[in-house]
Design a binder for this molecule. Sequence first.
Ligand code: HEM
Length: 516
Amino acid sequence: MVFRDHFGAWRNFPGPRPTHWFWGNIHEVMQTSPQQCHQRWLDKYGRVVRVHDVGGRAKLVCSDPVATQYLLLHPDAFIKPAGPNRILTDALDKGLVTVEGRAHRRQRRVLNPAFGWVQIQGLAPMIMDKVGEMRDKFARLIEEEMAGTGRVGRRMDVLHYMSETALDIIGEAGFGYDFNAIGDANSPLRNAYTSAVQHAFEFDATVMLTVMDARFGAIPTSRVRNMHAARSAAQVIGREIVAEKKKQVINYNKGLDKESLGKDVLSLMIRANMDPALRPDQRLTDDEVVAQIATVLFAGHETTSTALMWCLYHLSLHQDMQQRLRDELLEVPDERPDFDTLMNLPYLDKVVHESLRLESPVPNISRVATQDGVVPLSAPVTGRDGRPIEAIRVRKGEVIEVPLTYMNTLAEVWGPDAREFNPDRRDTGVPTQQLPGVWGGIMSFIGGPRNCIGHRLTILEMKAVLFALLRSFVFEQLPDPPKIKRTYMVIQRAVVVGEEEYGPQMPLLVRPYVET
Ligand code: HEM
């Protein structure tokens, strides 16, 4: 298997030599980050490059907008690679993130109505309450630190606090469940779910073998057994939540209780699933409904907290922009603005967009061809032999990776300063080309029928958190700023160089804002 593709597939596409006989170029990715590797490879070799995956298999990294759009618009011809999907299915079960084909279409149809703007708007009051709790917690912690010490603020790992906030919001928004992470509560669902995901990505011999070939996932190592046990524990709690919600929906539909029905995704989804207009074969089974709980937690928790972490990081590096944003937010007379007010603040919108563009929490996605075919390119790329390659010929089983962050930072689309944080950039005539992303012309939520269903919730959540925190606090670099390194495990987060053993973190100095 190791050299199966080495001399075959796509050999005329330019690209780097493998840096390891077994890990191929993934060795480099593990030592740095996908974002850095994509920049190195694609800046040097062009829009489409051939690299070596684990086991020596060739794969393409493709930043061509037309080719990418083609992949995203043909989700049956280009599906998620079986190995990583097997690992996720083992941890989360068969929810929207992991299913393919007809099952995906069926699930998406039932879930879609719960994620529209109208439904997200209904969650705004709950989100404002949660971000208010977080603001009060920040105030308490900072006051404690400053009391009698003469300190001006507190060193805070903003990733940790954004993670608590995002968990509480996704619990309430997703299934009306209060994790109370901000209140430091212990929750059995949180423990079971966290344990399932941690075991899923624990580094043992079988995890990389499973990435290569999904069949290795069947080996019952202790990682796999622990993951299954944690998943079962999460499912037991999930079934109780679903049973309770079902009761509420039935009572609501019978007109017995119009008050208790939640505005959360799960309640709306269960209602949509009971719609008499749906044929039996279009409905989700109870197990599929339960699977959406872990799915929404997985897809909507670390992604959003990571996005907020990067946003606060960039604002800490650009105090002028942070103050400009604060000035805009302080002009709002209400501590708890409504949805429309929040969504219509122009500089807040620019900052959120710019931050999601520059620091896509999910830096890349991959797709594998289910059949032979031809993927069009916006323009030919030059092959190793100097001849133009007009289109990508794919064979069943071949993998193409889409470098989302790289596409978000293409100079020809976003201007010469595309790799810098500049919230005003869209006032300067960019983007010059449309990328196939579902939101804001960026790739962070991808596009096509498998676009991120939670993108609207994310935008609202980010705006609400920034609103609450920036009106009260200043986020600065620490006096002796630690060196930040990007780290990757599905999501791109930050670690402090020399403190890698503590895992992802983003320490900043947070001090109270005093108007001068
Ligand atoms: C900054 C925040 C977020 C980012 C960057 C993000 C990014 C993404 C990306 C890139 C995908 C496509 C993955 C692939 O197909 O390979 C995706 C899918 C998905 N996301 Fe998000 N996401 C975010 C927040 C959320 C939230 C808050 C939720 C849920 C409430 C959510 C739920 C989902 C689901 C269910 C899918 C699968 C959709 C499908 O396949 O039909 N995401 N997300």
